[in-house]
Design a protein around this ligand. Structure first.
Ligand SMILES: [Zn+2]
Length: 238
C-alpha cells in the first residue's frame, strides 16, 4: 500500500468537512476529452482552434459553426460518472464532504448523486434564450441541428462560460467560502495553471491540502500531500 494513499485515507476518515476541487482530468476518465489539450484532430476537422471556436465573439459572429463544434466536441451524452464521481457523492451522503467545485460542464457529478456542485464554467444541461431568458434543457441542442431557436425567435445559448466571458461571481464567492472553511481540500485532475484555480487555493487555511494528479504540477510544493495516479483509481480505491 502506497503510504501517501494511506495518509489520504486517514485524513478522509477523520474529517467531516472535505471540499473537492476538480478539473478536466476528472472527466477524461469518463471518456470526455479535455478540449484545452492540444488535439491534432481539431485542425483536420475545423478551421479554427478550440479556444477561438469557444469564444464569445465567435459565438456571436459564427453562431452556426459554433454549434457545429459544440455538438461534436463539447457534448458527450453517452458519458457516465466514474469511480471518482461516485466516491465524492458517497462522501456527501455520509456528511463528510461539503461541496464539489468543478471546472467541468458535463453534469457528471450530479449524475453520480452529488447535490452541492459549484460549476465554475457552467453546464451543458442549462440553456437560455438570449432574448426572453426562457430555460431549455440539453435536448434543445442535442435534438436540433443548426442554430437552436426559442419559440420567441431568440437564439438559445448554452449556460457555459466561453472564452472572453466572466465567471459567475456568485458561484466564485461560494467556492471561496467553502474552501476557506474546509478541513481537507482535495484537488484533482487540474494542472492548476488555468484561472481561477490558482487563486482559489489561496483561500485555503488548513494544513491538509491534497493534490491528486497523473503528472507533477506547479503547486506540488504548496501541497501537504501529493498522490500520483489516475483520480478515478485513487478515489475509487479509498
Ligand atoms: Zn425566447
Amino acid at each position: 500500500m502506497n503510504e501517501n494513499v494511506e495518509r489520504l485515507r486517514q485524513w478522509v476518515k477523520g474529517s467531516g468537512n472535505i471540499v473537492f476541487f476538480g478539473g478536466a482530468g476528472v472527466s477524461t476518465e469518463s471518456g470526455i476529452p479535455d478540449f484545452r489539450s492540444v488535439d491534432g484532430l481539431y485542425h483536420q476537422q475545423f478551421a479554427y482552434p478550440p479556444e477561438i471556436m469557444l469564444s464569445h465573439s465567435f459565438f456571436v459572429q459564427h453562431t452556426e459553426e459554433f454549434f457545429d463544434f459544440y455538438r461534436k466536441k463539447m457534448l458527450a451524452p453517452q458519458a457516465r460518472p466514474n469511480a471518482a464521481h461516485r466516491k465524492l457523492a458517497e462522501w456527501e451522503q455520509e456528511g463528510k464532504l461539503k461541496a464539489v467545485i468543478t471546472q467541468n460542464i458535463d453534469g457528471l457529478h450530479q449524475m453520480a448523486g452529488s447535490h452541492e456542485v459549484l460549476e465554475l464554467h457552467g453546464s451543458v444541461h442549462r440553456n437560455y434564450c438570449e432574448k426572453c431568458h426562457k430555460f431549455y434543457g440539453i435536448e434543445s441542442v442535442t435534438g436540433t441541428s443548426g442554430i437552436p431557436y426559442c419559440t420567441c425567435g431568440g437564439v438559445i445559448k448554452p449556460d457555459v462560460v466561453l472564452y472572453e466571458e466572466e465567471l459567475d461571481n456568485h458561484v466564485m464567492q461560494r467556492a471561496i467560502q467553502y474552501i476557506c472553511q474546509a478541513d481537507v481540500l482535495i484537488i484533482g485532475g487540474t494542472s492548476l495553471v488555468v484561472y481561477p484555480a490558482a487563486g482559489l487555493i489561496e483561500a485555503y487555511r488548513g494544513d491538509k491540502l491534497v493534490l491528486i494528479n497523473k503528472s507533477p504540477t506547479a503547486v506540488d510544493r504548496r501541497a501537504d500531500l501529493v498522490v500520483s495516479g489516475p483520480i478515478a483509481e485513487i478515489l475509487g480505491g479509498l
